[in-house]
Design a protein around this ligand. Structure first.
Ligand SMILES: [Zn+2]
Length: 312
């Protein structure tokens, strides 16, 4: 301070100007160059374009926590997460697979549906009119880390809508997927081309279609080609709708008959769609060394209309 006091007025002004320019330069430098940080490696990794987005988010969150750099100079964490979420969404959808695991692209298999893995996909058709139970089971599936594919018919969506509920949204926001199962459950083989088209474009919005009764013919396939939708039947039928069935029998049918990569047919209104049945199916398959498909990652919730080729 003594030295500063002793300086001439000119020198003081000059010093102030130099100081101001330095400060401006430093702030510009920090804003423009995202690789400057006290922990260079971590920060370079965080902004590296090819790094997995979720890891970037983790790194950034970590850096904010330990206070190594002031990230708000570049993004607020909320801005970053929005950006990362959009990028992650894009990447996940454009890759045709939700997961980074090695899955071999194959021809579409209408019995396996959107699953290229060894995991088993549980599917539930039609409708459950008890909304409370519906939500409870969906939540339980998510809790068990099971991703379901639900095929409601259009009439089911209407029943929920009339009670102020969005059936598709209830499913999608929990990480499960929606397929089309027609508007009012007709046998597609008895319909004209135009009638089939109305059915697959009405009802639940999806690029995946399961015709009622699994009933289709060449006309159905041609219509789906035209509408850009894919046919999905099933590998394992639990026969859950048959007389004399109960929860245990349906669970056994699913557990004993499913093989690697299979899809299992059940119905929302029958024995398999309960919290207990899902727990038992998971346990039973696990005892056989088999795993179930997982719910969509949280960045993809609600799940989009366009179902990727591998959701498992
Ligand atoms: Zn059905």
């Amino acid at each position: 301070m003594e030295e500063f006091k002793g300086m001439s007025k000119k020198a003081k002004i000059l010093l102030c100007i130099i100081l101001a320019i330095s400060l401006a330069a430093i702030s510009l430098f920090y804003k423009g160059n995202k690789s400057i940080a006290t922990d260079e490696y971590l920060f370079e990794y965080a902004v590296e374009d090819d790094a997995p987005i979720l890891n970037q988010m983790e790194v950034i969150t970590g850096l904010i926590e330990v206070g190594k750099i002031k990230l708000y100079e570049f993004f607020t964490s909320e801005e970053w997460i929005t950006f990362a979420t959009e990028r992650e969404r894009e990447r996940l959808l454009s890759s045709n697979s939700l997961w980074d695991e090695d899955v071999i692209p194959q021809e579409w298999d209408s019995d396996r549906g959107p699953n290229w893995t060894d995991r088993i996909l549980l599917t539930f058709d039609d409708c459950i009119t008890d909304a409370e139970r519906f939500i409870e089971v969906l939540d339980h599936a998510t809790y068990l880390d099971i991703g379901l594919m639900i095929f409601p018919h259009g009439n089911c969506l209407t029943i929920y809508a009339n009670n102020g509920l969005d059936f598709e949204q209830l499913v999608r926001e929990r990480g499960h997927w929606i397929g089309n199962h027609s508007i009012n459950h007709p046998n597609f083989r008895l319909l004209s081309r135009e009638e089939i088209k109305t059915q697959v474009l009405g009802g639940a919005q999806s690029n995946i279609v399961r015709p009622p009764y699994g009933s289709f013919n060449d006309t159905v396939l041609e219509v789906l080609e035209e509408t850009g939708q894919k046919l999905f039947i099933w590998n394992v039928d639990t026969n859950d709708w048959r007389r004399g069935m109960n929860r245990q029998r349906v669970v056994n049918n699913a557990v004993q008959n499913a093989q690697l990569g299979d899809s299992v047919l059940m119905h929302l209104q029958w024995w398999g769609f309960t919290a207990q049945a899902l727990s038992e199916i998971k346990e039973g398959l696990s005892a056989r060394g088999l795993e179930l498909c997982r719910p969509a990652p949280s960045v993809l919730r609600p799940t989009p209309v366009e179902v990727p080729l591998n959701i498992c």
